[in-house]
Design a binder for this molecule. Structure first.
Ligand SMILES: [Zn+2]
Length: 348
């Protein structure tokens, strides 16, 4: 475990203790004022007034203490936020998860410095607003996921991060593999829009996190999917679909096209477009230039296959039937990922 994570835990513990102290000061103030008022029921003279001055002075002093504590906490929470962004956060290992602050962060929404909202969704640290009905959607997809894909997802949650769940809808959702000032590594997307995603509710979430898992599986060195054989299998599968399509009667072709033009067939459309150089496609696809960049075909296929495997329903059958060789290789990749063992090695 890295030094930074240990420090993060200590900072979080300090922040929690300060919060307890602030609450305690607040209770003391209220209690003092209440007792003074109760005394005033049967006692009202000059000495009562003098006592009042002392009490008010005490309350002012307590207010100052409270103000200082809150300022310190704001500073510490700001520090935690910076470290989290820098480290892409791993704060749940070992006994750190015992900290009540961490539990609070894990269980619900916590407001940190600068008004940023953090919460854990399916165990993934998430910055920004996530509607509660949306959490139910992704939870249900997680429950219905293929067990191997779910195991991989669960094994990587501490490495994943949603950097912005309020990313403007007009911008393209993406996974940023590198960090630069103001744009840390992680996923940027709009959770509210993903709740009513025509391609399937939660599709963007599992697609972009699929990209991040592909990258995280090599400790963020390169994408696991980036190998020649996987790329070749995708193209061969795509070419087989194209030749089958070309040999169909026109009626069957039209039927086939109406199926792959559906929103739910978006990932098949994207991959068949890429692997036939645009000769066959539905309603979705990346630009030609995008596919020319080495590794992009494999990365998109990995993310599409992963998203479909995380409770994607019908599109999982469509992809696995149409890209049988590539899909089998994707399954082998998932099965080869053993995040638990990898973590144990790192902790030694
Ligand atoms: Zn993608």
């Amino acid at each position: 475990m890295s030094k930074v994570n240990a420090d993060l835990s200590e900072l979080a513990q300090t922040a929690q203790e300060i919060t307890v102290a602030v609450n305690s000061v607040s209770e003391t103030k209220t209690s003092l004022m209440r007792k003074y008022q109760q005394l005033g029921v049967g006692w009202k003279d000059k000495r009562y007034e003098e006592l009042g001055d002392i009490i008010r002075e005490c309350v002012r002093a307590l207010n100052d203490i409270q103000k200082n504590l809150l300022q310190s906490n704001k500073f510490i929470l700001g520090l935690i936020k910076s470290i989290q962004e820098y480290e892409n956060v791993n704060i749940s290992e070992g006994n750190e998860s015992d900290s009540s602050f961490m539990q609070r962060l894990r269980n619900g929404v916590s407001s940190l410095a600068g008004g940023e909202r953090y919460q854990y969704c399916l165990g993934v640290l998430t910055k920004g607003h996530v509607p509660s009905d949306y959490i139910e959607i992704i939870r249900s997809r997680h429950d219905n996921a293929d067990p191997t894909a779910r195991r991989v997802f669960d094994g990587f949650v501490d490495k994943l991060m949603i950097q912005n769940a309020d990313y403007p809808e007009c911008e393209t959702a993406h996974y940023s593999p590198i960090s630069y000032p103001g744009h840390s590594r992680g996923v940027y997307y709009n959770a509210e829009a993903d709740a009513t995603n025509p391609r399937g509710a939660g599709a963007t979430y599992f697609h972009e996190l699929g990209h991040m898992i592909d990258h995280a599986s090599s400790d963020f060195h390169e994408n696991m999917s980036n190998n020649i054989d996987f790329g070749r299998a995708l193209i061969e599968d795509g070419q087989n679909v194209l030749s089958t399509f070309n040999n169909m009667t026109s009626e069957r072709r039209n039927n086939f096209l109406s199926v792959i033009r559906q929103d739910a067939a978006h990932s098949f459309s994207d991959l068949i477009d890429a692997t036939t150089n645009g000769q066959l496609h539905g309603s979705y696809g990346h630009s030609r230039g995008y596919w020319q960049r080495s590794g992009n075909l494999q990365a998109e296929a990995f993310a599409h296959f992963f998203e479909a495997s995380m409770g994607g329903g019908w599109k999982l059958q469509l992809l696995s039937n149409m890209f049988p060789t590539a899909f089998a290789m994707f399954r082998e990749m998932l099965e080869s990922i053993q995040p638990e063992e990898r973590t144990r090695v790192l902790e030694r």
